[in-house]
Design a protein around this ligand. Sequence first.
Ligand SMILES: [Cu+2]
Length: 199
Amino acid sequence: MKQLQTTTLLGVAAATLMCLPALAGADSHGMKAVAEIKGCTDPDISGTAKLMEKTSAEGIKEVTVKMMVEGLADGKHAVHIHEVGACEPCGAAKGHHDPGPFGQSRPDSATDDVPAADINHPYHMGDLINIEVKNGKGKMVHTTNRVTLSPGRLSILDEDGSAFIIHTNPDTYCDEESDLKKGCAGGSRDACGIIRAAQ
Ligand SMILES: [Cu+2]
């Protein structure tokens, strides 16, 4: 019995030691960012988003987004990380965060005269899940490994920053070429929030 306990303890100690190099390499562990969300035209829309990066045991950087928004119409709304940290006007946030090399960043918008025909949607790095709003309150929690807060090609805290855009309609994840139609990525822009590094 005594021997068993010693073996177990040694096993735990060994496992702890084995974890140390992985932890030491995870310098981005716990990196955070925040966004204050405001309506594009409707002052009654407001919210916050918190982002936290962690490194998985395999060394994959994952960012968890927690978003709360009030004042949007009930139902589902597309949420994307757009490629520029600018919200005035909301169009200044430009297309969907996507360092490439394959995609265009701008999917069809409801106001386009000519379809943008971006067949990379919904596989832009900044394409997230819809937020669902009930009785004027929306909450979304989503973890993605398509973006990072720490420096690198996928970083959303790059030179020109990034912003959340919440759209009027849901994203239908129109991923077939035959599916591409105006506004399948959510249509017009209801709210925007510039993503800023935080402690
Ligand atoms: Cu969008």
